[in-house]
Design a binder for this molecule. Structure first.
Ligand code: GLN
Length: 470
C-alpha cells in the first residue's frame, strides 16, 4: 500500500472507508513527514499540533458511514487564509503576531466536512511574488531541486503537497500564484472563476483578481476540494449565486484553442517540445486543435502590473500601526505611520504600494489605471470571441521550469514569470495548470505544466481536458 502521507485525497478516502487506515494514522504520517522535512524545505511557517477532538470526531463520522469525502484528510493552508485562533501572517513582519478572530468561509466549509488542518504554509509577503523569496520568514525550497524556487506566491502550499507533507493544500491566486507553483512542483493547480469561491477571510491582495484555489496531486482531488469550497456566501457579495452556477457540462471532445503567435518568443525550446507532445496526445485521444488569435494578450501583463498594485495600495492602507499588526511609535502620528509601515513591509510590498499609489494619483489615473482597466475589458471580449471557436485555450503555464534562488532579483524579470497566467485573473475566467512532463536542467528533472483557460463557470471543461493530459 502507498505510504499514507503519499496518498491522494481519493486514495485516502478509500483507505479510510476500507478500514485499512485510521484518521490518526493518516494524520501522524503527514505530521511526521512535515516535521522531518520542514527544517530543510521551509514549506510551513507553523505545523499545528494534533487536534484530538477533530481527529476522533472525523473517525467517528467515517465509522458512522455518512462522512463527506474530505472528512479526516489533513490539508495545508496558505498563511493568508484565516483560521480562527491561529496566526495568519501573510508571511509579513507586519502580521507576524496577528491571530485570526474568525474563520475564512473556505475554512468554515472545510471544518463542516471534518477536514483537518496540518499547518499554515509559507508564501511571498501578502502573496506578491513568484518564488516565495519575498517571504519575511525565508524562502521555501523546491523539493525537486533545493537550489531552485518552488514558484510563488503559494510556494509553501505547493511544496507541502509535492513533498508529501500533507494530502492537499489551499493557495490563493491573484495573477498565477496557485498555477505557477503547481507547474514548478508537478501538481495540479486550479484558479476558479472569479466569484466561485468566497474571499471572506482571505487577506486581500487585489480584490478584483483574488481567488482561493486547490493545489493537489490529481485532477480528481482538485475537483473534490473545489466542490467543497465553492458556493455563494453572504459575506462576499461577489460570489456567484448557486442557481446561476448551473454546473456547465463539458463536451466529450473538446476543441483546444492554441494561440501560437503568443508562444513565438520566450518559451524554452524543451518546454515547447513538451507542450507539442502533450497537444499531440490530446488529438490522439479525440480532442481537436484550433488556432486562435489573442493579440491583446501581449498587453495583459502590463495591465495587470497597473491594476494589481493599485488594489494592493488600497488594501494594505489599513495596516498603519494603529488598528492591528506591527505598531512602531515616533514623535508624531505621521512618524508612527512611517515607522510602522517601513518596518513592517518588505521591499517588494513597499515597491507595489508606491507603484499603486502613483497609478491612482490624480495626475496619472487617466494615463495608467483607467487605460489598464479599459484594456481589461478588451481582453475579456477577446477571450469571449476566441471561445466561439474553442472550449479551452492552452499554453505552457510558464516559459521555463523552476529557476534558481536569486536568479530573478530584478523585479521586471520576476514579473515576466506571470506572462501566461495573469489573463485569467483579469478576465475572471477559470484556469488550471496540469503537469505535462519533465525537462532537464543541470542534471535534474524539473516538472513543467500545461495551462488551460475556460469560459466563466466552465471548470468542468478544465477537469475534463486535465484528465485527458495524463
Ligand atoms: N506572481 C504574481 C505577482 O507577483 C501573482 C501573485 C499572486 O497570484 N498572488 O503578482
Amino acid at each position: 500500500m502507498t505510504k499514507a502521507n503519499e496518498m491522494t485525497i481519493v486514495e485516502a478516502v478509500r483507505a479510510l472507508r476500507a478500514r485499512e487506515l485510521t484518521v490518526r494514522e493518516l494524520w501522524d504520517a503527514c505530521s511526521a513527514a512535515a516535521r522531518a522535512k520542514n527544517p530543510e524545505l521551509n514549506a510551513y511557517l507553523e505545523i499545528f499540533d494534533a487536534d484530538d477532538t477533530a481527529i476522533n470526531s472525523a473517525q467517528k463520522r467515517i465509522g458512522d458511514g455518512d462522512a463527506p469525502l474530505l472528512c479526516g484528510i489533513p490539508i495545508a493552508i496558505k498563511d493568508n487564509i484565516l483560521i480562527e485562533g491561529k496566526i495568519a501572517s501573510a508571511a509579513s513582519k507586519m502580521l507576524a503576531n496577528y491571530r485570526a478572530t474568525y474563520d475564512a468561509t473556505v475554512i468554515k466549509k472545510l471544518k463542516n466536512t471534518g477536514t483537518l488542518f496540518i499547518g499554515r504554509t509559507n508564501m511571498d509577503e501578502f502573496a506578491m511574488g513568484s518564488s516565495t523569496e519575498h517571504s519575511a520568514f525565508g524562502p521555501t525550497k523546491n523539493s525537486h531541486d533545493i537550489s531552485r524556487v518552488p514558484g510563488g506566491s503559494s510556494g509553501g502550499s505547493a511544496v507541502a503537497v509535492a513533498a508529501h507533507l500533507c494530502i492537499a493544500a489551499l493557495g490563493s491566486d491573484t495573477g498565477g500564484s496557485v498555477r505557477q507553483p503547481a507547474a514548478y512542483t508537478g501538481l495540479v493547480g486550479l484558479k476558479p472563476t472569479y466569484g466561485a469561491v468566497s474571499r471572506s477571510g482571505l487577506i486581500a491582495m487585489g480584490s478584483s483578481l483574488d481567488q482561493i484555489g486547490p493545489l493537489t496531486k490529481t485532477i480528481e482531488d482538485a475537483h473534490v476540494l473545489y466542490e467543497t469550497i465553492r458556493g455563494i456566501d453572504i459575506l462576499d457579495s461577489t460570489t456567484i449565486p448557486d442557481g446561476l452556477y448551473g454546473v456547465l457540462a463539458s463536451p466529450k471532445h473538446l476543441r483546444v484553442g492554441v494561440p501560437w503567435r503568443l508562444l513565438e518568443n520566450g518559451v524554452d525550446a524543451d518546454v515547447l517540445t513538451t507542450f507539442n507532445t502533450t497537444l499531440a496526445h490530446l488529438t490522439d485521444t479525440g480532442h481537436t486543435l484550433v488556432d486562435v488569435e489573442l493579440p491583446m494578450s501581449s498587453h495583459a501583463l502590463a495591465a495587470y502590473y497597473v491594476i494589481m498594485p493599485a488594489e494592493v495600495s488600497t488594501n494594505l492602507a489599513r495596516l498603519d500601526g494603529m488598528r492591528y499588526g506591527l505598531a512602531e511609535r515616533g514623535d508624531t502620528l505621521l512618524e508612527d505611520y512611517i515607522k510602522s509601515r517601513t518596518e513592517g513591509f518588505g521591499e517588494e510590498t513597499r515597491r507595489r504600494i508606491l507603484l499603486g499609489t502613483f497609478v491612482l494619483s490624480s495626475g496619472y489615473i487617466d494615463a495608467y489605471y483607467k487605460k489598464a482597466d479599459a484594456a481589461r475589458a478588451v481582453l475579456r471580449r477577446e477571450y469571449e470571441k476566441a471561445f466561439e471557436s474553442c472550449d479551452v485555450i492552452a499554453f505552457p503555464t510558464t516559459p521555463s521550469p523552476a529557476f534558481k534562488f536569486g536568479q530573478k532579483s530584478d523585479p521586471l524579470s520576476m514579473y515576466l514569470e506571470d506572462i501566461f497566467t495573469v489573463t485569467a485573473n483579469l478576465t475572471g475566467m477559470p484556469a488550471i495548470s496540469v503537469p505535462m512532463g519533465m525537462v532537464e536542467r543541470e542534471g535534474k528533472n524539473l516538472p513543467v505544466g500545461i495551462h488551460f483557460t475556460a469560459p466563466h463557470q466552465s471548470e468542468n471543461s478544465l477537469f475534463a481536458i486535465g484528465e485527458a493530459v495524463y
